[in-house]
Design a protein around this ligand. Structure first.
Ligand SMILES: Nc1ncnc2c1ncn2[C@@H]1O[C@H](COP(=O)(O)OP(=O)(O)O)[C@@H](O)[C@H]1O
Ligand SMILES: NC(=O)OP(=O)(O)O
Length: 319
């Protein structure tokens, strides 16, 4: 890999949605534009960057459109792995174009490319039996119960924000296009990869790849990528400036800088980090640091620059 410092930046699917009322394609493009500015700041500060991104809301919208079109017009349905591929294309397009525009504006000559990325999971991963990954938009409880009853959805309450549909989310085992990603990073290309956690695929007994119905956690996939390319930093960009203990309670406490051991302890306590939102981010960072990663940061897009200067965000460091 190159001599420069390499960061894997994982952009949350929810942070690419401005809010519940502003989630059109134009709004998502505007959110990607804003995030691109902060990532280009990083590049100006000397980082090589691989960009992973979420797709939770978007893949849910794509799936729902397919289901409605099937019901109303009798059109073919789109399998969930293909919805994931569609989301990689659309979100990758928005991120790539915004990065290119921002780099050009600042006179930086650096190529950007999105790789449609498959990520292998185990066919016998227990997660296939326990849907846990929130996708699509938010519903109130009565609506969620109605859809559970009428459409057979699995639903959960998501971090005090409302109810969402959930699908299987197996653990990522292998970035199938890893060699291509490494080659591009070495060549100085800004790579958008493992979008939406990667398109989930399994290998059959003959070693052939085949798509499977799931949505991989993009923080887990970004962590796997960061481990595989020996990244110096895993930066998880989400909708909060800092991580909190006792999140959402009157005594919540912002975390500025914690060690790997402290992160493990707080995660084990089970009360601080919501399942399906903050808990997987902390777990992703734990796996990265345990594998020798040097530093990890959680903050929101607007504060990436300040956080990298040590002024905000939550830093998680080796012991
Ligand atoms: N302990 C915590 N500290 C901060 N935010 C938390 C915590 N627990 C849950 N959250 C919630 O997790 C959200 C981030 O998760 P999510 O929206 O799933 O991320 P993504 O940006 O990857 O889509 C935050 O916006 C916040 O609402
Ligand atoms: N695939 C995934 O983890 O997406 P979100 O970050 O949007 O939840």
């Amino acid at each position: 890999m190159s001599e420069k410092k390499v960061a894997v930046v994982a952009i949350g699917g929810n942070s690419l949605i401005l809010d519940k009322k502003r989630q059109s394609v134009e709004d998502q493009y505007a959110a990607a534009q804003e995030t691109a500015k902060h990532i280009v700041d990083m590049i100006e500060a000397g980082w090589d960057v691989a960009i992973g991104h979420g797709n939770g809301p978007q893949v849910g919208f794509i799936l729902r459109r397919s289901e409605i079109a099937h019901k109303v017009e009798g059109m073919h349905e789109v399998p969930l792995d293909v919805c994931g591929a569609d989301s990689q294309g659309a979100i990758g397009y928005a991120i790539t174009q915004n990065m290119q525009n921002e780099l050009k504006k600042r006179g930086i000559n650096k190529p950007v490319a999105t790789i449609i990325t498959q990520v292998r999971v185990d066919a016998d991963d227990k997660a296939f039996e326990h849907p846990s990954k929130p996708i699509g938009g938010f519903m109130d409880e009565p609506e969620a119960m109605k859809r559970k009853e009428e459409l057979g959805w699995s639903v959960v309450e998501d971090s005090g924000r409302g109810w969402r549909r959930v699908v299987a989310s197996p653990i990522p085992q292998e970035v199938v296009e890893l060699d291509s990603v490494k080659t591009l990073i070495d060549a100085g290309v800004i790579v958008v990869t493992v979008g939406g956690g990667g398109i989930p695929v399994i290998r059959n007994a003959d070693g052939e790849l085949k798509g499977t119905a799931a949505v991989i956690d993009k923080d887990f996939a970004s962590s796997l990528l960061a481990r595989e390319i020996n990244a110096d930093l895993l930066l998880i960009s989400t909708a909060v400036e800092k991580v909190y203990l006792n999140f959402g309670k009157p005594d919540q406490k912002a975390l500025d800088r914690i060690t790997l051991s402290e992160a493990k302890q707080y995660l084990a306590e089970g009360t601080h980090f919501a399942k399906g939102s903050m808990a997987p981010k902390i777990q992703a960072i734990i796996w990265f640091l345990e594998a020798g990663g040097k530093s990890a940061l959680i903050t929101d897009p607007a504060n990436i620059g300040r956080a990298l200067r040590g002024e905000t965000g939550t830093w998680i460091m080796p012991d």
